[in-house]
Design a protein. Structure first.
Length: 414
């Protein structure tokens, strides 16, 4: 006689699936959760967790079906509305739908920092900057130790051209993100005509291993700062891993690809802007970096800008713009417009960097895309990365620990 699973056993299965998900064993978790919803189709929590699994596996259409089912079963499931808002915002770029779901989640009591941050980001993406600022501020009030909230508030103040408020919030962000450092050395504000101050502030942060962020208006003022980030995605060029499928592709097609360097900055910037950065804040950021790259374009020492263009059969299919700092190369902007082109470019750049004595390739604080991890990238905490940066570039590091009394600010107004 077939054993019928009771509610206690289903609860045990769900708990095991939850543990597997937290351990990153998504396929094993999905198998258990699929069994649960087959036995109990109205198990809203299982559908909600199955959404998380499918989202992390990249199956966003299936993830949407799962979270819709969870909400259909329980129309008062506040965190499910939050999760669907997250899916609409991050994956589908459907910001108005995301706002509707965040509103529902908050109304039902899911008043977390993430709820307000996510709704604020959705407001920002639709050009409602005042509402975005209010929500980022609410998120900060709930979690005053989160540097990201101050960072986002500062960007909104930049858009409003309130540079003083922006500076204060950026300063608070780096205080929280890098408590071992003197925050006054990590944030600078300069007038647009102070090109030397602007360049020096950027160089200082780069030569100390920080990921650079430039906010402001190319006709008014800049705020240069160390971007608040908890981790970096790093590849050691000699450890690049090429899978069987890609090896086969390269054996057949390698002679069709050509890698070009340092002659195509404007075209690659244009492609990056079209591919990724089609919103107000990103366009502004790209203009600022274009200006900085034009200033250091002739540098032969650190930091030195690098532009990489990948051609296939003579057609531009991918590009990367970054900065070499001693024996470290940091990517800032990239794009590809053909299947496999991004992976091919990554492999060929790694070979170039290894042959030219570069010890680390920093892919920045972005998400650890599975293809990067599969090629040998590591997710590295900031402190670990900083130690490694100093190890390979001991002659560059000039940052002093925070041992001075705190002052209100140091600015370089004319």
């Amino acid at each position: 006689m077939k054993h019928e699973i009771n509610s206690f056993e289903i609860s045990e299965l769900y708990s095991k699936a939850d543990d597997l998900y937290k351990e990153g064993k998504y396929k094993e978790a999905r198998k258990l959760l699929t069994n649960i919803v087959e036995i109990d189709p109205d198990h809203a929590s299982a559908w909600n967790l199955l959404y998380c699994v499918e989202d992390d596996l990249g199956n966003i259409e299936v993830a949407l079906e799962c979270i819709n089912r969870a909400i259909e079963i329980d129309p008062y499931y506040s965190s499910a509305y939050y999760n669907r808002g997250l899916l609409y915002r991050r994956r589908f770029k459907e910001y108005n739908l995301a706002i509707t779901d965040y509103n529902k989640a908050i109304k039902l009591g899911y008043r977390t920092s993430g709820s307000y941050w996510g709704r604020g980001n959705s407001y920002e993406k639709t050009g409602r900057f005042d509402q975005a600022l209010k929500d980022y501020t609410r998120a900060k009030n709930i979690d005053p130790k989160d540097p990201g909230c101050y960072y986002e508030m500062a960007r909104m103040y930049i858009i409003k051209k309130d540079y003083e408020q922006a500076f204060d919030n950026y300063l608070e962000s780096v205080k929280l993100a890098y408590p071992e450092c003197n925050p006054r050395e990590l944030v600078s504000i300069v007038n647009v005509d102070q090109s030397d101050e602007f360049k020096n502030a950027c160089n200082y942060l780069l030569n100390n291993g920080f990921y650079l962020h430039i906010s402001g208006n190319i006709h008014e003022k800049f705020i240069v700062l160390a971007r608040a980030t908890n981790y970096r995605i790093v590849i050691r060029p000699e450890n690049i891993h090429i899978g069987k499928t890609m090896r086969k592709h390269l054996r057949k097609n390698l002679d069709r690809y050509e890698l070009g360097f340092d002659h195509n900055f404007e075209e690659i910037f244009d492609c990056c802007e079209e591919y990724h950065y089609n919103k107000y804040k990103d366009n502004d950021m790209l203009k600022n970096f274009r200006l900085f790259f034009s200033m250091i374009k002739q540098n032969k020492d650190s930091p030195r800008p690098i532009c990489v263009a990948l051609y296939k059969d003579g057609r531009l299919v991918a590009g990367d713009i970054g900065i070499q700092i001693g024996r470290v190369y940091t990517s800032y902007f990239g794009y590809h417009d053909e299947s496999r082109a991004g992976t091919v470019q990554l492999i060929l750049i790694a070979g170039y960097l290894e042959n030219n004595g570069v010890a680390l390739w920093d892919l920045g604080p972005g998400d650890g895309s599975s293809y990067k991890i599969g090629l040998g990238a590591e997710v590295m905490e900031y402190k670990e990365y900083n130690l490694l940066f100093q190890e390979v570039n001991p002659e560059l590091v000039c940052l002093k620990p925070s041992n001075k009394p705190e002052k209100y600010r140091t600015v370089t107004y004319a």
